[in-house]
Write a protein that binds this ligand. Structure first.
Ligand code: ADP
Ligand code: MG
Length: 324
């Protein structure tokens, strides 16, 4: 569960440079998208926003696992049977997803999608699943079994019943692509915000950087930090609404694909990175890796930062972020 409440973009509109901000909200990829562009009038702005919407819808078609005709669905229906030839775009997205799996020692894994749904976070669970059940739930999961053939541009899921899903990376990717396209059309500044996965470019019409406010999910009314962002992505993964508690341990709905156990010690993560795709994937990964390993990993990556709020409400930041 991501929340766009945690990270809110603060604007102050002005027309000093003959540009004004225009914002529209849409439901795309099953989520809320807020698209903001800087343009000289509302007709121009609407054209640009429509271009972004078309691009996001195009990506949704490519990566959707609900649409039986999508290339992603074809890969899934041929799991354990044969490799499937796909567009270069999808091939490369999967290639990058596998690189992130390696970077996170498997904490991030698009093959999480075949996991048996033994955990429920709607309050209906009365007893914890057994160790055997938990172990068995991940038997079809494992990025090592996603086989890419670069020459033939094919994707093969080795195990019968294996699935892939882009839930933890797709919205970030869509935000990046929409941003790229609008820049190529001459839009000087904007924000693509996919329910808390956002990418920004340019500056506010008053010449200042975009500012984002980070709030503690425990107390949403008070921002504990406001940070400028310049041509960067910031993605927040929050996990304080869907959870189940056993023996005083809160199990949240992001699950470790290696063990089948849900993440337990983080409430929210914000990741800052050049691309929303990477930030999106890393935010989900940090939940699985935990605070210590997550911070460690982020501190080794150049140009990437994070803010973690743990289950006790403590705030942890990577080395380059100072909040007082
Ligand atoms: P949101 O649900 O707001 O998009 P995230 O970006 O954190 O939040 O993505 C969570 C989604 O990612 C889950 O709903 C699921 O679809 C998928 N997912 C869950 N665990 C993993 C994982 N370990 N690796 C990759 N994807 C995952
Ligand atoms: Mg994510």
């Amino acid at each position: 569960m991501k929340t766009y409440l945690i990270v809110a973009i603060l604007f102050c509109t002005s027309i000093i440079y003959g540009q004004q901000l225009h914002k529209k909200t849409f439901k795309l990829m099953g989520s809320r998208f807020d698209i903001t562009v800087s343009a000289k009038d509302s007709v121009n702005a609407s054209n640009y926003i429509n271009i972004a919407v078309d691009e996001i819808s195009r990506i949704e078609k490519l990566i959707s696992s609900w649409d039986p005709n999508s290339q992603t669905s074809k890969i899934i229906s041929n799991a354990g049977i044969k490799p499937v030839k796909v567009d270069k775009e999808l091939f490369q997205l999967i290639e990058r997803a596998l690189a992130i799996s390696k970077l996170t020692d498997g904490a991030f894994d698009i093959s999480y999608a075949s996991m048996d749904k033994i955990w429920r976070f709607d309050g209906s669970m009365k007893t914890m699943p057994s160790e055997e059940e938990i172990k068995a739930s991940v038997s079809k999961v494992g990025f090592q079994h996603i086989i890419l053939n670069k020459e033939k541009q094919t994707v093969f899921l080795e195990l019968k019943g294996m699935k892939i899903g882009f839930g933890a990376i797709g919205k970030g990717y869509a935000a990046d692509k929409a941003k790229q396209l609008l820049i190529s059309k001459g839009v000087k500044a904007g924000i693509i915000n996919a329910s808390g996965d956002m990418n920004t470019w340019g500056k506010q019409p008053n010449g200042k950087d975009w500012m984002i406010a980070i709030t503690n999910p425990m107390n949403k009314n008070i921002a504990f930090a406001t940070l400028p962002i310049s041509n960067k992505a910031v993605v927040t993964s929050g996990n304080y609404e869907k959870y189940v508690t056993f023996n005083n341990i809160r199990y949240t709905h992001i699950i470790d694909p290696r063990t089948g156990y849900p993440a337990t010690d983080i409430i929210s993560v914000s990741v800052f990175a050049p691309k929303a795709e990477l930030a999106d994937a890393l935010a989900t990964s940090i939940f699985v890796m935990g605070t210590e390993v997550g911070l460690n990993r982020i501190n080794q990556l150049k140009g990437i930062d994070c803010i973690i709020i743990d289950s006790k409400g403590n705030i942890h930041t990577s080395n380059n972020i100072n909040i007082n």
